[in-house]
Design a protein around this ligand. Sequence first.
Ligand SMILES: *[C@@H]1O[C@H](CO)[C@@H](O)[C@H](O)[C@H]1NC(C)=O
Ligand SMILES: *[C@@H]1O[C@H](CO)[C@@H](O)[C@H](O)[C@H]1NC(C)=O
Length: 520
Amino acid sequence: MSVAKITLTHRESQLRKLLLDVACYIDESKEVKEKIELRWAGGWVRDKLLNIESHDIDTAINVMTGHSFALKLKKYLEDEQNLKRHSMVAEEVGSLHKILANPEKSKHLETATTKVLSFDIDFVNLRKETYSDDSRNPQMEFGTAVEDAERRDATINALFYNLHTDEVEDFVGGLDDLKARRIRTPLQPEQTFKDDPLRVLRLIRFASRLEFNIDPQSEEWMSNSSVMDALKLKISRERVGVELEKMLKGNNPQSSLRYVDKLGLYPAIFMDPTARDILAPDTTRWSQAYNCLQTLESNNTPGSIYQILVRSDDARYISWILAALAPWSTVPNPEKSGSKMLPLLGTRVAQEGIKANSKICAHINGAFKNYNQITDLKNAVAQGRAFINERDTVGMKIRKWDADGGNWRIQALFALLVEAMNHPTSSDAAIDALFSGWQAFIDHLDNLDIMDAPAEKPLINGSTLMRQLNAKSGPWIKVALDICMAWQLRNPGASGPESESAAIDEVRKRSKELEIPVNK
Ligand SMILES: *[C@@H]1O[C@H](CO)[C@@H](O)[C@H](O)[C@H]1NC(C)=O
Ligand SMILES: *[C@@H]1O[C@H](CO)[C@@H](O)[C@H](O)[C@H]1NC(C)=O
């Protein structure tokens, strides 16, 4: 068995001393029969052994709830003497919030979180979980350190640092796995995954983030159909969505999607649970979409496709969701039911399957709605069609796309990913040709200076139009405003009264065709 030594930073030593003093303070009060034992648990120990900084520390307590311990800590620090002894000022204590424990789950196991010495600390009692097959929520009770280690998702997340002995405690072989850069379940994988199937996704996330391998036996169970059914049945879509968000916002989303692909988990994650009649799409070529995004992202130089189309962290996150949803572009949208227009399939999967927020769903809807038209325009540029040099024609298209959820650039990225996915081969030459086509498209729009057409402020509004044309309100106004905007796009930078009348003249010329109802 491996042994490991942890070297605390000055701050961590300070915190350790403080918590040990609180433990003594509780011991001396004789309120609790057993001696208090404190351990730092889980992610902090793992990261520390991997030399990754972490300010989040889970402190596990043997015979007391986290909340009770935190109250004792607060009490202890109310004494000026104790503050002084630890060279602290009152502000460094932070606020002690009570976390309301989920009542069904663990009324008697309340946890607490607080900030001390600039660490974010969770206080939790050591626990064991018992699961019954029919219940979604485990029964929780006090447990031993071994039981607490065994209930965790991966051995590398089940290590403890014992504050009293200054030693790492490894009950499930986590140190060996850390050394071998391996993700493995503490118990038999079947047990670990059936107890909480969301762990399948958590292990994918850790493997991707740390660039570890998943142990073959654990991996085999991650793709077992009964585990997958449990994932679909027992886990809320909100929790799936939260886990997916962490994956896709992480440092290695491509690796996470590759695991989902390899383990056959697509139908359990990227689906609409409210539509059982719709089959999951074919994912044979899915990898071409997410690998393509990875290639673009890693080639993020000034003027590159990625830098022009993906301009914020939010946009990056949405781009990975779109890469994940790309296979849904191959499934025909169902006919509308009665008069009700159903949302596009990709949007439904984002909405219902991963519970993305409404802003993200709007972006995704725009992408699914417009990607074909954007590809058409890209192809028109490649063919050198005449209209592609008309600033107004191109600009009005872009404005229209952008009106669907905003950020038409991300819609263009989706169009590219779909094209990459549908390409019969993923050879380097094919990818190069694809990229140069899109780069030429973007360069062309950039030369026209039309990428920001959606930000163009209208010179003319509806009331001005009605007044100038002495006309009544009506559906003509929307068309007329577009005519004015097209004039603006043909005359970049124009402003002032002369420009305004020139734009209005365009409308006047077409007043017959627009059937403008003039005031008598
Ligand atoms: C999945 O696990 C079940 C036991 O829960 C087993 O009967 C089945 O053969 C496994 N399926 C696969 C595909 O490995
Ligand atoms: C329309 O434009 C005119 C002239 O620029 C302005 O005075 C007026 O407040 C605008 N009306 C609305 C409803 O925005």
